[in-house]
Design a protein around this ligand. Structure first.
Ligand SMILES: [Zn+2]
Length: 380
């Protein structure tokens, strides 16, 4: 099983400048590959290597292995686009900008010794200290380090190192992230991050209005059109869910999360009491699909996923545990006066519940919510 440890790097100003120069050159190399990929429809690593390697060595300051890594990064990005259905047979290959791309490292471009990592840069190797937390340390001790991504977020450099181990056990203890799915926003994490929102809901409402009109029309051509737009809408939702779950996992990895807690959505009807109009708005299967995507991506990174009973999680205060009121996006506690974004308040409650003892559930990835039978165990 593969796990990713996101390790902070302790760099001097001089080393930070060397890493920034490498990242800029790497992004430039990736961007130079894009027209070749577009023109020749090449996203196979060997084919692109044959066509582009000499040119990149001549045009960029990157060493031979880093050129190979840039080719790898571009192929991976285009393969992802293909899986998302964005590259079709008869349409032009889309352009991708790699300006903030992370730098791919492999065994030939980094080496690890205890608390020090030696990294390739344009001006030769630099030795940088690793600032491992308890969770990162545990991941590193669980197996063999493989490839990694070097990235910079808000001025801080990270080395996201993939570790392969034989044992498939989750790393049971560590920080918990609560993930609230599908009310005001597409998702809210207890780390304070929100995904999706107004724009998404607006499109969905437009789709539902169109569907209602076609349903009430009832002619054969209306039925055909309905089938067509339904399929299109499902593909669109699937793509959004793929991208969102990827961003959620990046957030979890950045925070060294060991466990993600989500609500069991079989109860979503009890939770959303805003009436028929609100329920009609929600593609419940779409939120189950998002949870399923989060679940399998989390497992691929050794992060445990648990589902908990959502009772009261939207009406409970994440500060004092008392009951509060929610009005659309706002949550107000009647006891301690806490005011918070309603979805973030719910996600913090989920994190807290997940921090006690909750049993995992088998993976379910199906749009058919009504027919999914499963048990949820919550031990308080
Ligand atoms: Zn309170």
């Amino acid at each position: 099983m593969m796990r990713t440890a996101s390790i902070k790097l302790g760099v001097t100003a001089h080393q930070a400048a060397a890493l920034a120069a490498l990242q800029a050159a790497y992004a430039d190399a990736c961007n130079r590959l894009v027209p070749l990929v577009q023109e020749h429809r090449l996203w196979n690593r060997v084919s692109l290597h044959n066509r582009a390697y000499d040119r990149l060595r001549a045009e960029t300051p990157l060493g031979s292995q880093m050129v190979c890594n840039a080719i790898y990064t571009v192929c991976k990005a285009y393969k992802a686009q293909r899986q998302l259905g964005r590259i079709c047979k008869d349409t032009p290959v889309p352009s991708i900008r790699f300006d903030r791309a992370s730098v791919h490292f492999d065994k030939r471009t980094y080496s690890l010794k205890d608390e020090i990592i030696s990294l390739y840069t344009l001006g030769g190797r630099v030795s940088v200290s690793l600032r491992k937390g308890e969770h990162q340390r545990r991941i590193l001790e669980s197996g063999t380090p493989k490839e990694a991504e070097l990235l910079c977020r808000k001025g801080q450099w990270y080395f996201n190192l993939v570790v392969e181990s034989d044992d498939a056990k989750a790393l049971a203890s560590g920080p918990v992230m609560g993930l609230d799915v599908g009310e005001n926003n597409l998702a809210a994490a207890s780390t304070g991050k929100l995904w999706g929102g107004e724009a998404l809901r607006h499109r969905r409402d437009r789709y539902l209005a169109l569907r209602r009109r076609l349903q009430s029309n009832g002619s054969q051509s209306a039925r055909q059109l309905l089938r067509k737009i339904s399929g299109k809408e499902m593909r669109r939702v699937k793509q959004i869910n793929h991208e969102t779950s990827k961003a959620i996992l990046a957030e979890a990895i950045e925070h060294g999360i060991a466990r993600i807690t989500m609500e069991d959505l079989t109860h979503i009807r009890d939770r959303i009491k805003a009436g028929k109009r609100m329920r009609g708005r929600l593609h419940r299967w779409a939120f189950r699909q998002l949870q399923g995507f989060v679940e399998y991506k989390a497992h691929a990174h050794g992060i445990e996923v648990v589902y908990v009973d959502p009772a009261y999680s939207s009406r409970t205060c994440s500060g004092c545990g008392g009951l509060g009121r929610r009005a659309r996006h706002r949550f107000v506690c009647e006891q301690c006066g806490l005011r918070a974004h309603a979805d973030l308040n719910a996600s913090r409650n989920l994190a807290r519940i997940g921090g006690t003892a909750v049993l995992p559930r088998a993976a379910v990835n199906t749009p058919d919510v009504a027919n999914v039978g499963r048990e949820v165990h919550v031990l308080q």
